[in-house]
Every structure is written in C-alpha cells, then in structure tokens.
Ligand binder design. Sequence first.
Ligand SMILES: C[S@@+](CC[C@H](N)C(=O)[O-])C[C@H]1O[C@@H](n2cnc3c(N)ncnc32)[C@H](O)[C@@H]1O
Length: 286
Amino acid sequence: MPVTEAREILVVVAARLADAGIDTSQLDARLLLATALQRDDAVLPHETLDRWTADEVARLDGFVERRIAGEPVSRIRGWREFWSLRFMLSPDTLDPRPDSETLVAAAVAAGGQMKTPRILDLGTGSGCLLLACLAELPDASGCGVDISDNAVETARQNAHALGLAERIRFQPAAFADDLTALGSFDLVISNPPYIPRHEIAVLAPEVASFDPVRALDGGGDGLASWRQVMPAIARHLASSGQAFVEIGAGQAPQVTPIAAAAGLQVTDMHADLGGIVRCLTLSHVS
Ligand SMILES: C[S@@+](CC[C@H](N)C(=O)[O-])C[C@H]1O[C@@H](n2cnc3c(N)ncnc32)[C@H](O)[C@@H]1O
C-alpha cells in the first residue's frame, strides 16, 4: 500500500460513526485506527502512516462495525485507562467508570494518614479501585474479592502488569461469605452492583449489552447488594478503620439506614465533578 495520510482514513471512519449516531465519532475514529495499527495512543490526523496493510484495513472495518453495533471503544481495545493506569478488561469485568475515581481519591486521602494500611475491596472486578489505591500508597497492601472467578483472574493479571502483585491477593468470594480468615482491614472499599433491575434494559447499549449483568444488578430496588455489603464491611473493618463505598445517584438516603442497621455511620459524602454524591465514608458507630 502507498504511504497514507491518517486524515484520509479518519474522515471516512468518523463520518460512518457520526452517521450511526455516535457522539464521540472523531475521538473513537482515532482510537479505533490506533487499535487496528496495534498502537496504544490515538492516531492524530496529521500523521503519515508508513504502513497500511490489507489486514489493518479489514481489522479497522471490523472494529467500526462493532462500534456501530454499540460496543464501547474500551471493550474493542480490551483495556481502559483509569486513574492514569491501564486496566485489561474481560466480559466478566465492569468497564471502570471515571466517576469511581471519586472513591479512589477519598480512600487514598484517608490511607495517606495511616502507616501501613490494609485495604479490602468487596466486588473488585478488574481490580481498578484497589490497584489505584495501592499505586498511590506504597506502604499499603490489599485483598480483592469478587464472586466472579474470571473477574478475579483479570484483576490478578492487572496487578502483575502494574507491578503491584506482591502487595495484593485476590480471592473468589461472595459478599456474604465468611472472610474473617483474611483478618481485619483499615480501609474497606466497595462499588457493588446498585442499579435497580428494571432500569438495566433501558441503560445505554454500551452498558446494558456489554457490562456483565452481575456487575450492575442491584435487585428489584437497587439495594440488594447493600444488604450484604454493609454487614460485610462491619465484619471486616478494624475498629478505627474507614470504609468508602460508591453509591448510585440519589441513593444516599436509602443506603444510610442499611449501613446503620449494620452498625455503621456515614461520616462524609463525596461528589463527582458533576456535583452528584458518588461516595460515602463510613465508620463503626462510636
Ligand atoms: C459495579 S462492579 C465494580 C467492579 C470494580 N470494583 C469497579 O469499580 O469497576 C461490582 C462487582 O461486584 C461483583 N459482585 C456482584 N455480586 C457479588 C457478590 N454477591 N459477592 C461478591 N462480588 C459480587 C461483580 O462481579 C462485579 O465485579
């Protein structure tokens, strides 16, 4: 193939994506072209591609078809950047959300005041929350549990890839399981499934069709996981420890009494960049 201007390809791909109603067509075109070229960075329009083979053309076409069918770019690439770290995804892991960085920021601030914090992550998925905390807190160690064996395996691989495996262990387990053998923890973090079941089908196709249902489904009222996670936090949190949980938009008034029934109190609330409360700090009732 002759030397090709990236712009020529990007214009055509972005137009196909825009025609399919994709708002982020230009950025997606750059990322999908990079993925077809097996590059991690977005391709810039002014670049000249010194190779552009038939295989790459076919690969890009396949990626564009998948994107038009609603698959998020992160699923097509197989990884997502979160807290400036790279997390490999699998069909059994939630695609980490930027909103969840609110929880990481709050937990890291608390962990920074502790000497050698031990952190438990309930429902670890890709491991993104716990691994981001460990990356920021060099003296911390942690344990991530998830009901999905496959998610636990992906989290382990992410820990290795980030050079954090020595300070972390992952274990397949359910919220309700007895994890007392793991000891107690100075910090417990959790982003459990909290979406009411009937709302899942009407979420954006990127979420409804590509995130695992088990990572989303909070039962009929969206609170089913909380009824297991709050007692689990109470069991595993050290007496002077703090827990940080991500909640659904507007869920604080419903989650707070469930925490209280487990012997926990809300001591702080943290909003995301849009001003929506995303994270609660909890401690044992004093
Ligand atoms: C909303 S996702 C959060 C994943 C990850 N922590 C993040 O923030 O991207 C919830 C996770 O909880 C796990 N999960 C769901 N039900 C569970 C249960 N009963 N016990 C343990 N983990 C569970 C799911 O497999 C999923 O990985």
